[in-house]
Write a protein that binds this ligand. Structure first.
Ligand code: NAD
Length: 303
């Protein structure tokens, strides 16, 4: 059984995920480069550590929730040239390693192979469900790894999430995740342009959203994440697009999906267009806003 957890990366997602582990009564030691993020978790009852390696030293499970592949590779593998140890060098031999960041499958496989070489179990377990799902403990985890690692991960993932899937070997979780996010970006753009066309033609976006939600255009963005301000409470669009899932991170995921499409020679015209639209949005200075802010690209600024 798991008693000691190390949680590294306490951002929009990692913060509430770690909080749920604390609330469930586990001993959680946290680390983030931002002292403020650590302080929030310490207030809730977590222990702090001076470094990621210190946090992980006595852990039964290490969970990481970082921005991108380079952060994950750096943290797990360290840097031999700079004489820096990675998490793989310091954890106990029974420790399970779980990375829930959304990163390229190749980085996940690289870390997975390095872990295996040291006799450690590593699983990629990217999530879906957004910051609301993280706070509610209702995330979907999409795992890639051995049957043994998947079985070991159930207990701790079950505290932070509802649906837990085993997509395949290490890296498979990441592939499933970027397929999902490519579709999500297309739905977010399509929902935004539809709502704005309704507004332009005199419709109330709340009424139009209610109609489309239960009609054939219904989708997750209408149900849980409406991009038009003040249609729904407690979503980023009604909080000036603060918090949530940053445009910069969606741009990263759409880059990953286009790289994967290129490698497998898949035809992904909608994903390619969505990537262009999001890159353009980021280049206009909106990279730190929530990804539903793509809605603003369709607004009529002349009015
Ligand atoms: P975020 O930028 O809010 O948080 C990342 C955190 O990692 C930051 O607090 C940062 O200080 C910390 N960090 C970076 N490098 C570090 C290091 N070397 N050591 C310790 N801490 C480090 O990002 P987020 O929204 O929490 O997303 C994290 C991951 O989850 C991303 O890969 C993202 O694509 C994915 N994701 C996000 C959402 C969402 O709705 N926000 C949903 C699903 C998946």
């Amino acid at each position: 059984t798991i008693t000691q957890v190390a949680f590294i990366g306490l951002g929009n997602m990692g913060g509430p995920m770690a909080a749920n582990l604390v609330k469930a009564g586990l001993k959680v030691t946290v680390f983030d480069l931002m002292p403020q993020a650590v302080a929030e978790l310490v207030k809730l009852g977590a222990n702090s550590a001076a470094s990621a390696n210190e946090a992980a030293a006595n852990a039964d499970v290490v969970i990481t929730m970082l921005p991108a592949g380079k952060h994950v590779r750096g943290l797990y593998l360290g840097n031999a040239q700079a004489d820096q140890q990675g998490l793989l060098d310091v954890v106990a031999s029974h420790c399970l390693l779980i990375d829930s960041s959304t990163i390229d499958a190749a980085s996940a496989q690289l870390v997975g192979q390095a872990a295996k070489a040291k006799g450690l179990e590593f699983i990629d377990a990217p999530v879906s469900g957004g910051t609301a799902g993280a706070a509610a403990g209702s995330l979907t985890f999409i795992c890639g790894g051995s049957d043994k690692a998947y079985a070991m991960a159930q207990e701790v993932l079950g505290i932070m999430g509802g649906n837990i899937f085993h997509a395949g070997d290490v890296g498979a979780g990441q592939i499933a995740k970027i397929c999902n996010n490519m579709l999500l970006s297309v739905l977010m753009v399509g929902t935004s342009e539809s709502l704005q066309m309704g507004i332009d033609n005199g419709l109330d976006p709340k009424v139009l959203s209610d109609i489309m939600k239960v009609s054939s255009g219904g989708n997750w963005t209408l149900e849980k994440y409406n991009p038009c301000p003040n249609v729904m409470d407690n979503v980023p669009s009604s909080k000036a697009y603060q918090g949530g899932f940053m445009v910069d991170l969606m741009v990263k995921d759409l880059g990953l999906s286009q790289e994967a499409a290129l490698a497998s020679n898949s035809s992904t015209p909608m994903g390619a267009l969505a990537r262009s639209l999001y890159v353009n949005h980021a280049r206009q200075g909106h990279g730190k806003l929530d990804f539903s802010s793509i809605f603003e690209q369709f607004a009529n600024k002349n009015k």
